[in-house]
Design a protein around this ligand. Structure first.
Ligand SMILES: [Zn+2]
Length: 389
C-alpha cells in the first residue's frame, strides 16, 4: 500500500459528517485501521454512552520526552448555512480547500496522521503521540478523560501541540471559560399580591446585574502583564439569552439563562464558579425567606481551563524553533490546550488556517497554510529523530 498523503487523508476525514451531535465512531474506525495498517496500535477512550470516542496512539519508542499532536474530530453543524458545494466533500479551488472542518481542524488531523509512516521510517528517538478528541466544539467535553488516560498509560511527552487554526503562529495563551445553566423557580401569585410571591424573572435580574457589577469591577481592576495581552484584559461575565414568565400579571414561576464567564489566565475558572455559586446561594436564601418552594438550580454546561503562558515553556520553545515565529500571540477562543496544561503537559497552539474561516459556510483552508503545516510536522519528525532536545 502506498502511503496516503495529507490531502488524501483530509478528503477522507471530511467525508465523515462528524458534527458534534453525531457519533464520530466511523471516523475513529477509519483512523484506527489506517494506524493499524502501519503497525501502530491506537487506544480508544469512549464517552459514557459509548457513542463517541477519543483516540490516542504512541508512535516510536515508549520513552519520555516526546511530543503530542492534538486535534479534535468533531465539527460544527452546517444547517442553515449557505454552502456553494457539499460541505462533506473537499473541493479544491483557487488555492483553497473548501469543506466543513478543513480549517477547524481536520486539516491538522490529516497532517498529523500523514506523518505517521514518515515518523516510522525516520527512526524516532522520542515518540510522536497523536491525540484525537470528540466534542471539542460543544465545550471541550471529550479531551479531559483522554488526557488523564494518556498521562497514566504513556510515557510523559515533553510538549503538547494543539493544532487549532492559528495561521501557523505560536499561541501561548487563551482565556478559560465556564457556562453555568441557571434555573430559578419562584412562586406564582397575582402581581397585585406580589409581596407574597417570588418572581423568578425579577430575581434572575439580580444575578444578571451581579454580572454587570463584576464586569465593571474587573474592567477597573489592576492587571498583571500576562493578562494585559488579552482583549479585553479582564474576565467577562455574560448572559446571552434569558427565558421566563408566563403572563404580565403573574410573578414568574420559572426563569432560565446561562451565565458565561471568559476568564483571564491569571484568574481561575473554578474561582469564578465558586463566586457565582455563592451569590446564587445568597439569593436563594432570600427567595426562600418569602416562600419555601422557591429555589435556584445550577448545572455546568462547559468548563474549559485557560491556557496560561508558560515561563520558558518547552512546548512554546519547540514551536518557535520549528516555525520560526518569535512573536507572542494569545487568542480569545478556548481550546484543549488549557486542558493539556492542566493535565501537567507543557502546551502550545499552532496550526494551519485562520480562525476567521472556522465555523463559516464555505469553510476553507489555503493550500499554502496546509503545506506550511506539513512542513512544520516534517521538522518536528526531524527533531524527534535527533538524539536530544
Ligand atoms: Zn477547533
Amino acid at each position: 500500500m502506498h502511503d496516503l498523503t495529507a490531502r488524501d487523508i483530509l478528503d477522507k476525514l471530511v467525508s465523515f459528517p462528524t458534527v458534534s451531535s453525531e457519533s464520530n465512531l466511523a471516523l475513529v474506525d477509519w483512523v484506527e485501521d489506517y494506524l493499524a495498517a502501519h503497525g501502530v496500535r491506537a487506544t480508544r477512550v469512549y464517552n459514557d454512552a459509548g457513542t463517541k470516542a477519543n483516540l490516542y496512539a504512541n508512535i516510536g519508542p515508549e520513552l519520555e520526552g516526546g511530543v503530542v499532536l492534538s486535534g479534535h474530530t468533531d465539527v460544527v453543524p452546517v444547517e442553515g448555512q449557505a454552502w456553494d458545494s457539499d460541505p462533506f466533500t473537499v473541493v479544491e479551488k483557487d488555492g483553497r480547500l473548501y469543506g466543513r472542518g478543513t480549517c477547524d481542524m481536520k486539516g491538522f488531523d490529516a497532517i498529523a496522521l500523514a506523518a505517521v509512516p514518515r515518523a516510522l521510517k525516520a527512526g524516532l528517538k522520542r515518540p510522536l503521540q497523536i491525540a484525537l478528541s470528540y466534542d471539542e466544539e460543544v465545550g471541550c467535553l471529550g479531551a479531559p478523560r483522554m488526557i488523564a488516560e494518556m498521562a497514566r498509560a504513556l510515557p510523559r511527552a515533553a510538549a503538547a501541540i494543539i493544532g487549532e487554526p492559528s495561521g501557523m503562529k505560536v499561541v501561548n495563551g487563551h482565556k478559560g471559560g465556564i457556562g453555568i445553566e441557571t434555573h430559578l423557580r419562584g412562586h406564582e401569585v397575582h402581581s397585585s399580591l406580589m409581596h407574597t410571591g417570588v418572581s423568578a424573572v425579577m430575581e434572575a435580574a439580580k444575578l444578571v446585574d451581579w454580572a454587570n457589577r463584576m464586569n465593571a469591577e474587573n474592567m477597573a481592576s489592576e492587571r498583571d502583564p500576562i493578562d494585559a495581552l488579552f482583549d479585553p484584559p479582564w474576565t467577562t461575565c455574560h448572559v446571552g439569552t434569558i427565558h421566563g414568565g408566563s403572563a404580565d400579571n403573574i410573578t414568574a414561576r420559572d426563569c432560565r439563562f446561562v451565565m458565561g464567564f471568559r476568564c483571564i489566565p491569571g484568574e481561575s475558572v473554578e474561582g469564578w464558579r465558586q463566586r457565582y455559586l455563592a451569590e446564587v446561594a445568597r439569593l436563594e436564601a432570600e427567595m426562600q425567606a418569602v416562600h419555601p418552594d422557591a429555589r435556584i438550580d445550577t448545572a455546568i454546561r462547559f468548563h474549559v481551563p485557560g491556557l496560561k503562558p508558560e515561563l520558558d515553556g518547552a512546548a512554546e520553545e519547540l514551536a518557535r524553533r520549528l516555525s520560526g515565529d518569535n512573536a507572542t500571540h494569545v487568542v480569545s477562543y478556548a481550546t484543549e490546550a488549557g486542558q493539556f496544561q492542566e493535565g501537567g503537559y507543557s502546551a502550545v497552539i499552532i496550526g494551519p488556517g485562520n480562525i476567521a474561516q472556522a465555523h463559516q459556510p464555505n469553510e476553507w483552508l489555503s493550500l499554502r497554510q496546509f503545506e506550511a503545516g506539513i512542513g512544520f510536522v516534517d521538522k518536528l519528525i526531524d527533531h524527534l529523530s535527533r538524539e536530544q532536545m
